[in-house]
Design a protein around this ligand. Structure first.
Ligand SMILES: C[S@@+](CC[C@H](N)C(=O)[O-])C[C@H]1O[C@@H](n2cnc3c(N)ncnc32)[C@H](O)[C@@H]1O
Length: 301
């Protein structure tokens, strides 16, 4: 079928059908302010599929054979903006206070595992930033406590007996592929200072590649936050600039899931334009020098 007759505009009823489907599939909510974006992406997908009517495309989306196309549509509707060291005040809170608290608490319990989940990790800058901060924190901790376990030579990135696992997930396979590759342009590196570049990156041609040892502690995986099957037993969850695309009902559902996915006294970070106020009673706010996080308060569930 030709593509020249793709409708320039879709009707309100057609867009509504699509909005409901997208909401059911991934929780993303498209209000009037984002209708234009939805129209544009829909036209692109019809063109790509060589279809010229909304209903033939919609039938494809809800069919068994249309699973891949549905995934592609969702991928096209996501906003993937991200950067290294995004929101410095928040990361300072994580690095200087929360990691310190976690490392001390865990060591007192002889539990040497740290598990952090970057939910909605986009092209990987967030989980790799967290990996750099955690590696630095553990190295510094051992420098200040030389009596702790003997460190082999050459020094591993994560000093034994610690085990660090960063789960990084997204709903878009294409951003996950980029993240897994872990190479970044000079522009993308703008917020990475030289001491981090020297320690955690190799220069390959025009690009910067994440060093193998750092890559090894980050595990990328597909997870749709709309589903119940999500990574459990996390000490910290970062879900920044994701919830803002969900409506209030979906945000509340997600916060309940996050509370279940966190260990006792675990921490949750959301984007600076997002707030948990009035959405949940399962977290209490932690605030330092304009950096904000939330700590799980309840005993179970
Ligand atoms: C704006 S980016 C945020 C990236 C990073 N967290 C940051 O703050 O820099 C939002 C990411 O959330 C992902 N996302 C949106 N809806 C999702 C869902 N239902 N499940 C998992 N990831 C989702 C998008 O694919 C996108 O990569």
């Amino acid at each position: 079928m030709g593509t020249s007759s793709i409708p320039a505009q879709f009707t309100e009823a057609e867009l509504k059908l699509l909005q409901v489907l997208v909401y059911q599939e991934c929780g993303m909510h498209f209000d009037e302010r984002r209708t234009h974006f939805l129209q544009d992406r829909l036209q692109r997908r019809l063109k790509e599929c060589h279809l010229d009517s909304f209903y033939s495309y919609y039938r494809l989306l809800i069919s068994k054979e249309g699973k891949d196309e549905l995934a592609k549509l969702l991928e096209n509707l996501t906003v993937n903006e991200t950067s290294f060291f995004r929101n410095k005040a928040q990361l300072d809170l994580f690095h200087k206070h929360i990691l310190d608290d976690l490392i001390r608490r865990k060591q007192a319990q002889r539990d040497y595992s740290l598990r952090v989940w970057s939910a909605g990790c986009s092209t990987g800058q967030e989980p790799y930033t967290l990996a750099m901060l955690i590696a630095d924190s553990l190295a510094y901790y051992y420098l200040r406590n030389p009596q702790s376990a003997a460190v082999p030579s050459p020094k591993p990135l994560v000093p034994p007996p610690w085990k660090v696992e960063i789960i990084a997930s997204d709903i878009s396979y294409s951003v996950l592929r980029t993240a897994q590759e872990g190479t970044y342009s000079e522009t993308q590196m703008a917020s990475v200072d030289y001491s981090y570049r020297l320690r955690y990156f190799d220069k390959t041609g025009e690009r910067y590649a994440i060093k193998k040892a750092l890559k090894e502690i980050v595990h990328f995986d597909f997870h749709n936050l709309k589903t119940e099957y999500l990574p459990q037993r996390n000490d910290v969850i970062f879900c920044r600039n994701v919830m803002m695309y969900f409506d209030e009902a979906e945000q509340k559902r997600l916060l309940k899931k996050f509370a279940r996915c966190l260990n006792l006294q675990g921490y949750l970070f959301v984007g600076h334009a997002e707030s948990l106020l009035a959405l949940t009673d399962k977290f209490t706010m932690v605030h330092r020098n304009s950096g904000t996080a939330y700590q799980k308060v309840e005993v179970s569930g």
